[in-house]
Every structure is written in structure tokens, then in C-alpha cells.
Write a protein that binds this ligand. Structure first.
Ligand SMILES: NC(=O)c1ccc[n+]([C@@H]2O[C@H](COP(=O)([O-])OP(=O)(O)OC[C@H]3O[C@@H](n4cnc5c(N)ncnc54)[C@H](O)[C@@H]3O)[C@@H](O)[C@H]2O)c1
Length: 455
């Protein structure tokens, strides 16, 4: 072998191993353009007025985000709890038209769009009503609580020619767009598997939120909250910790899988619901009356690729991550902030495993012949080509704002949103398939013809 030719160990040091051992992977700062960074005057014809429906935790985040974009004004709010009508006005920094009946907001002709950030079991009904009233909608993820709702939303959007953005912000995140570009360049080779996870270990992460001291049937419209869920007496725990109950949410899949899957769908360019899902897990630790598991792992089948997703509320040592595995390289995400391309060592190399069982003479002759026929590239040339590369967002990058701005552009110009109702439906169905498999203890199969999940 030539003196500077590369051993496998050299390759690992400059290439695949670089990220792992913290040596100098090349880091590129992504350069997203955000309106907030370059405020501009908005002509009166482009000014937008909106109302928020559901202003709990996320609803307040969303209205804050919308108000950071230029040319946007909030005029009304609907929520079922008095405290949240107050919180919304505090966030908006002004007095708003308030109501517990969202339909009154939809009747207002001066409202261009609504933000829907209610519990999941209310999303579809409110979105459909908003479309019928001529409003565009930014609706939080997951888009639906039950499979048929997604198809109803798609139909209504078409019928009333409305724009919708579903709120999984990774869909607009510049890191995931960069990753898509890398995949499209062919740098990963054939991609056959991917995985994603988000793990937590504290009561807040496990949805054990404090209940406000004034929570009561006088301050909360309990009957309206129930909607089409089973009728039960007032229960503040269910109202404020709804994520743990399958009557109102979808547990970990609805809360976290949808983010992971949105990223993976975006990077791989997946289309349609998964073909199959097999989930397993359990409610092991948070035995506080909830029915959703605190550990759930799911294997999804898509054409040509297997995707594994897992979440736990009982240990956070793995944090959150996504990995995309190709025959020529791996993409490794550090949550939503960066992605590193790690090349595979795809150089041809002599077989080393099975020839251990050959006589020494034959083995050494095989290796000598192999190296004569496959001259190795020099270390210097490999360094240039094979070094790991990291792409990360600049400090203060805001993926929520990027997602909201994309929606506002669509409202103004009637362009497509990054995460429309068709895309939102695919990832919501994927969440429903995980729960279907978990609760039925069986493989969930997507029936595209019948548009339903079968076991
Ligand atoms: N994109 C994200 O990163 C992200 C983060 C958190 C939550 N979310 C999503 O946002 C949604 C809300 O979550 P949250 O944590 O803010 O919940 P929350 O319990 O804090 O707030 C939900 C609010 O919706 C109101 N509401 C329910 N039904 C209503 C109705 N018919 N009319 C008017 N108001 C109604 C409730 O009164 C409540 O205040 C969920 O769908 C959740 O999955 C998304």
C-alpha cells in the first residue's frame, strides 16, 4: 500500500467518527430569511386580522408568534375557561372581543383567519366551521382526533377554497429543508431506514400540569369542552391534563410522534399514510387515572423504508433526535437545531470476516491480490470528500415564526402552505395507527381504498 493511503481507521477519524468524537466536523450556518429580521411596512391592503380559538399554552404561543409578523392584528378570542380569555388579552396587549362560543367569532366578517389551538378532539369541527365561514386556518397538530375527520377537512378546504397550515413547525424549519436537499443530491445513497424519538423525565413533560385554583364549572364551559366525547361530570384534571386521555387527545403519538414524523416525512419526501404500524408500550409509571401509555414504540412500514419512532415520559437520557440511514451516509439531527451528514466508509475493502477460516497462506494471497487490484485513495483526497458536515440554524432562529410566516404568505397570496390539510392528514393518520396498534394489540394496516385502519 502507498504510504499516505488511507486505512479504515484514518477514514473513521476524518469521516464518520468525526462527529462522534467531537473533532472538527465542518459547520455551516444556515441563512434563513425571516420577516421579523427585516421588518417592512405592510400596505393596508395586506394587513390581516385574526382571532384565536383556544388560548391555553400553545394558543398563547401561537398568537405571540402571529403578532411578531408584520401587518397582523388580533381582534378576538374564544376559549372555554375565563382565565384563558384573560391570558389571551394579556398576551395580545389589548382588550379583545371575547366569547366561549367560537361560532360568534366566525360570524365576524372582518376576520381573515383563525388560529385553532384547542384540545385535539375539537380541531376538525372548528376547522370545518371556519372554512364554511370563509376563514383560513392555522390549526395546531395533530390535525385530527379520528381518521374520518381528516378527509372531511380536505373536502371542506376544497369546497370553500380555503388555506390551512397544520402546526408542526418542523415542516418549515430550514434544517429539515437542508436535509431534504442533501437527500435529493443522492449523498445518502439508498435510504432504507429512519428513526426518531423524544424522551422526557419530569411531571411537566408528562402533562401533570398544575390546576388553577379558580377552576370550576362556573369558570369553565365543561359541557362544550366535552363536545362529542363521552358525557361525564366536571373534572378539572381531565380539562387541564387532557393529553393523558384518549377521549380528547392521542397521548404521546399526538403530542410528539407527529413532530418526529413531520420531520422524517419532509426529509424523505414521503407521501401518504404508512402502510403498516406495529406499536408496543405501556402505562408503567404515571398511574394517575390517564389511559394513554407513558412508553410507546412503533415500527412503521413505508414503501422501501422502515421508520422507528419511540417516546417515553420516564427517562430523558436520550433527549430528542432523528436519524436517517442511507447506504452512503447518515443524517443525524440535534433536535430542530442542526443536522450532521456523516458519510459511510463505502470504499471497497477486502473481505476480512470469513477468510479467518482460510489457511493463512491463501488468506494472505487473497488480501495481497485484492490490494493490487484496488489501489487505495490518499488520505488528503479522502479528507476533502468525506468529512462530516454539520448545518445549523443561527442563534435566535424561530421555526414557529417561519411556519407562521409561510401561512401568512398563503393567506395573502393564495399560495400553498408548507403543511396543508393533505400533509397534516398523513401524519395524523400515522399517529392514529400507532394508537390503534397499541390499544388493539395488533398490527394496524392502512386501507387506502376504504380510507380506514384495519387490524
Ligand atoms: N406545535 C407545537 O409545538 C405544539 C405545542 C403544544 C401544543 N400543541 C397543540 O396545541 C393544541 C393545544 O394544546 P395546549 O397545550 O395549548 O392545550 P391547553 O389545554 O393549554 O389549551 C387548550 C384550550 O382550548 C380551549 N378549548 C377547547 N375546546 C374549545 C372550544 N370548543 N372553543 C374554544 N376553546 C376551546 C380550552 O378551553 C383550553 O384553554 C393541541 O392540539 C396540542 O397538540 C402544539
Amino acid at each position: 500500500m502507498a504510504k499516505d493511503s488511507m486505512t479504515r481507521r484514518d477514514f473513521m477519524r476524518v469521516g464518520a467518527g468525526a462527529a462522534a468524537i467531537g473533532s472538527a466536523a465542518k459547520v455551516t450556518l444556515l441563512d434563513p430569511v425571516q420577516a421579523m429580521a427585516s421588518p417592512r411596512p405592510v400596505p393596508p391592503s395586506d394587513r390581516l386580522r385574526f382571532a384565536s380559538i383556544g388560548t391555553g399554552v400553545r394558543g398563547c404561543n401561537d398568537l405571540d408568534t402571529a403578532l411578531r409578523a408584520p401587518g397582523v392584528e388580533m381582534v378576538a378570542v374564544s376559549d372555554l375557561y375565563d382565565g384563558r380569555l384573560i391570558a389571551a388579552q394579556e398576551h395580545a396587549g389589548k382588550k379583545l372581543d371575547t366569547t366561549k362560543d367560537y361560532r360568534r367569532i366566525l360570524d365576524r366578517k372582518d376576520i381573515d383567519f383563525v388560529i385553532v389551538a384547542t384540545m385535539d378532539h375539537w380541531h376538525a369541527k372548528i376547522v370545518e366551521d371556519a372554512f364554511a365561514a370563509g376563514k383560513d386556518v392555522y390549526c395546531e397538530k395533530p390535525m385530527t382526533h379520528k381518521v374520518p375527520e381528516g378527509f372531511r377537512i380536505i373536502e371542506a378546504a376544497q369546497k370553500y377554497n380555503r388555506r390551512m397550515q397544520v402546526g408542526s413547525q418542523r415542516r418549515s424549519n430550514v434544517v429539515f429543508h437542508k436535509a431534504r436537499e442533501i437527500v435529493e443530491s443522492g449523498a445518502l445513497g439508498q435510504i432504507t431506514s429512519a428513526e426518531g424519538w423524544i424522551d422526557r423525565d419530569d411531571p411537566s413533560g408528562a402533562w401533570v400540569y398544575p390546576i388553577p385554583p379558580d377552576a370550576s364549572p362556573q369558570t369553565i364551559d365543561w359541557q362544550r369542552f366535552l363536545g362529542d366525547a363521552p358525557k361525564i361530570p366536571f373534572n378539572a384534571k381531565r380539562f387541564f391534563r387532557w393529553r393523558g386521555y384518549s377521549d380528547y387527545g392521542e397521548g404521546l403519538p399526538g403530542d410528539l410522534y407527529v413532530h418526529i414524523l413531520t420531520g422524517i416525512y419532509t426529509v424523505l419526501g414521503l407521501q401518504g399514510p404508512p402502510q403498516k404500524a406495529v406499536a408496543s408500550g405501556g402505562l408503567y409509571h404515571y398511574k394517575d387515572g390517564r389511559d394513554e401509555p407513558d412508553v410507546i414504540r412503533t415500527l412503521y412500514s413505508f414503501p422501501g423504508v422502515t421508520v422507528a419512532v419511540h417516546c417515553t415520559l420516564n427517562n430523558s437520557s436520550q433527549g430528542g433526535g432523528t436519524r436517517i440511514y442511507g447506504t452512503k451516509g447518515t443524517l443525524e439531527f440535534n433536535s430542530e437545531e442542526s443536522v450532521t451528514f456523516i458519510p459511510e466508509d463505502t470504499r471497497p475493502r477486502p473481505e476480512r470476516y470469513s477468510v479467518v477460516g482460510w489457511p493463512k497462506k491463501l488468506r494472505e494471497e487473497y488480501w495481497a491480490k485484492w490490494y493490487r487490484e484496488h489501489p487505495q485513495p490518499s488520505v488528503t483526497s479522502m479528507k476533502a470528500v468525506e468529512q462530516s458536515q454539520t448545518f445549523r440554524v443561527p442563534d435566535h432562529y424561530d421555526e414557529d415564526l417561519a411556519h407562521m410566516e409561510n401561512f401568512l404568505t398563503a393567506v395573502r397570496t393564495r399560495s400553498q402552505t408548507n403543511e396543508d390539510q393533505v400533509f397534516g392528514n398523513w401524519t395524523a393518520i400515522a399517529c392514529h395507527m400507532a394508537n390503534h396498534s397499541y390499544f388493539n394489540k395488533a398490527e394496524a394496516v392502512w386501507d387506502e381504498q376504504a380510507k380506514m385502519i384495519r387490524t
